[in-house]
Design a protein around this ligand. Structure first.
Ligand code: BG6
Ligand code: MG
Length: 248
């Protein structure tokens, strides 16, 4: 099995909690069109481009739109989505994500972004994590939406690494399928039942016993390095807790 040399991260729902904003904006637009969709159906919209998401909603409602209205509706959804994004702060970074990125960099792993979003650059800037990425492949750079593996294959090419030496972190069904089809290792972020095709599923990038396990499966050397980092964190926490206890 190839040694892990780098990570490719999806953005929405992996690094930042924007999946809920996409859902709210689409839900509002769908209601405007008289279509109702559930959180379960929303799983099918995750990882999928703006255009294909609207196509799915129209299909659910058995609606067809003229080209101009289609464009207007997409622009409207994006405006609503950006209203949420403009309000968001650093706290919308998902727990542990920024630390995980920083730690990956310390381990000299290649780091790439593989997202369907055309707003990815803006969001990475807002989170102040752009410099951590050696390559950013987003919705402005691909013509095929996940589950097509194009976004990750372009990332692998830019990083000059083989897919089997890269781990894709994904919260969407379409994204896990894309990673698997492209020959990447895959870590699902979220629910085991929903992301059943991922090699491993964890609830998030926050350092936990679970994440140490997934590192072990992916690469023993990496697991050791990550575990040492976790230990240091635990020690820091204990020291802080002790200091608190002494002080009170
Ligand atoms: C993906 C999201 O990351 O990006 C989808 O999971 C979204 O929900 C897609 O539709 C496209 O995003 P944007 O920002 O270009 O509309
Ligand atoms: Mg996602």
């Amino acid at each position: 099995m190839a040694t892990i040399k780098g990570f490719i991260f999806d953005l929405d729902g992996v690094i930042v909690d924007t999946a809920k904003f996409h859902f709210k904006a689409w839900h509002r637009l769908a209601q405007d069109l008289g279509v109702n969709f559930t959180e379960a159906e929303n799983e099918q919209l995750k990882g999928v481009s703006r255009k294909e998401s609207l196509e799915k909603i129209l299909e659910w409602g058995n609606i067809s739109l003229e080209a101009q209205e289609f464009e207007e509706r997409m622009a409207q959804k994006n405006e609503w989505y950006l209203d949420f994004v403009r309000e968001m702060g650093q706290e919308e970074a998902l727990p542990g994500a920024k630390e995980f990125l920083a730690e990956s960099q310390k381990l000299n792993l290649a780091i790439g972004l593989g997202s369907a979003s055309k707003n990815a650059a803006l969001i990475l800037d807002l989170l102040e994590v752009t410099p951590l990425f050696q390559t950013i492949i987003d919705g402005t750079k691909v013509s095929n939406s996940k589950p097509n593996p194009e976004v990750f294959l372009k990332g692998a090419e830019a990083l000059n690494l083989a897919p089997e030496s890269l781990v894709v972190f994904e919260d969407s069904i379409a994204g896990i399928e894309a990673a698997n089809r492209g020959g990447f290792r895959s870590v699902g972020i979220g629910n085991k039942t929903i992301l059943k095709d991922a090699e491993i599923v964890v609830s998030g990038l926050l350092r936990t016993a679970g994440t140490q396990n997934f590192m072990k499966v992916l690469n023993p050397y990496l697991a050791l390095a990550m575990a040492l980092w976790a230990k240091e964190q635990i020690l820091k926490k204990t020291t802080a807790e002790l200091a608190y206890k002494v002080a009170t």
